[in-house]
Write a protein that binds this ligand. Structure first.
Ligand code: LMR
Length: 396
């Protein structure tokens, strides 16, 4: 039977990890997959995470299942982090968290929930969006449509976005990026979030907010602006949260699906459905990452250290954005790429074409996603001039 199976190309983002590993050029630069890197080019384990793991090793007493919703202490800690400790939604017991294998797992839970419990509802995603959004909703058999987000000049197309949202059929689901839009790096201002909220209300849309980069844009609370605005002004909302980036625990697969409902009764009903979907997909989420997060967020000392480490990562990335534009100056390209300093999060949509990205890989061993997305965190001071020179060469 297997003779009929076709080989397919690897994932557009994860496939770059292998291609980069195989490249023997000592000058190679990895601007592909979205992982944070320090000035030495490493993805370190945060000091707060190391300490939490040491405590867990000493104190952990069981490896038994944690249940389909995961560890309730994890859920409680993340709800406060995402919605804010003083959130009226939390006070009203209208929000629940279901722990999941990463943000990807949370998205799949949401997709299966939409398919089975909100039949006929379509999902609307930004164009462009994280390519795996397309894969996840396709796999769950949810009809997917796009709304514009970036225009032909590689700028945020807010007018186009708003106009398209106004045309979405009532009751459909709209996926928004809370911050650090992946792949573009263009985020909404507070005023724009308010405008989107009005359209969402008028069209009675169900927002699904993907919150994978909390803390990487302007701050842990600042990045939650849109999420909290929506949570406090809507009856119903879904949020997918990830600890992969802000705790640097990518491989531990730690995230959750948050549901906000009109009242706690309806919230419990929705939540009960998530347990079924989780059971059918993977039964229980992995525990380790969540336990690390609990250990950190429940300790005032570790939480403070972690907040500092998140700020360190954020400041480094934002500094790199400015340095990158500076490095392009000698090539007369600083104005053309000035938007890089304005974008937020790990990613920059550079505006480079697929062919230019191919040339960067083939001639300079610089790896980025073919859409022109670069992981700015993959830059270090030493390779900035090299990358700037290579870009100048391929765009001339
Ligand atoms: C990325 O977009 O590079 C990250 O979110 C990693 C992934 O799973 O694609």
């Amino acid at each position: 039977m297997f003779e009929q199976i076709e080989r397919v190309p690897g994932d557009a983002i994860l496939g770059l990890i292998d291609a980069f590993k195989k490249d023997s050029n000592p000058q190679k630069v990895d601007l592909g997959v979205g992982v944070y890197r320090d000035e030495q080019g490493n993805t370190p384990i945060l000091r707060s995470v190391k300490e939490a793991e040491a405590r867990l090793l000493k104190n952990e007493t069981t490896k038994s299942y944690i249940g389909s919703h995961g560890d309730p202490r994890y859920g409680k800690a993340i709800l406060s982090l995402v919605l804010g400790e003083d959130s009226p939604v939390l006070a009203a017991n209208r929000a629940s968290a279901t722990q999941s294998p990463g943000g990807t797992g949370a998205l799949r839970l949401a997709a299966d929930f939409i398919k089975t419990q909100l039949p006929g509802k379509r999902i609307w995603v930004s164009d462009p969006t994280w390519p795996n959004h397309l894969g996840i909703f396709h796999a769950a058999d949810v009809e997917l449509h796009k709304y514009p987000y970036v225009d032909a000049d590689n700028r945020l197309d807010f007018d186009g976005m708003l106009a398209a949202l106004k045309e979405i059929p009532e009751g459909d689901v709209v996926l928004l990026h809370a911050c650090c839009h992946n792949p573009s790096g263009f985020d909404l201002t507070q005023a724009q979030w308010k405008q989107v909220l009005e359209v969402v209300k008028a069209r009675q849309l169900l927002p699904l907010i993907d919150f994978a980069y909390q803390g990487f844009g302007d701050g842990l609370d600042e990045d939650a602006y849109g999420v909290r605005l929506f949570a406090e002004n809507l009856d119903e909302l879904l949020i997918t949260s990830s600890c992969s980036k802000n705790f640097g625990i990518y491989r531990e697969r730690t995230g959750c699906l948050i549901a906000i409902a009109r009242d706690s009764e309806q919230m419990e009903n929705v939540r009960s459905q998530f347990a079924i979907v989780a059971r059918e997909n993977y039964s229980n989420p992995p525990a380790h990452g969540g336990s690390v997060v609990i250990e950190i967020l429940e300790s005032a000392e570790l939480a403070a250290q972690w907040r500092e480490e998140v700020a360190e990562m954020r400041n480094r990335i934002n500094g790199l954005r400015r340095d990158f534009v500076e490095a392009l100056k000698p090539h007369g390209l600083d104005e053309r790429f000035a938007f890089i300093a304005e974008q937020r999060g790990m990613f920059s949509y550079t505006g480079l074409s697929g062919e230019q990205v191919d040339r960067l890989r083939d001639e300079y061993s610089i790896y980025m996603v073919r859409s022109g997305r670069a992981n700015v965190a993959g830059l270090v001071s030493d390779n900035l001039p090299y990358v700037a020179r290579a870009i100048a060469d391929v765009v001339k």
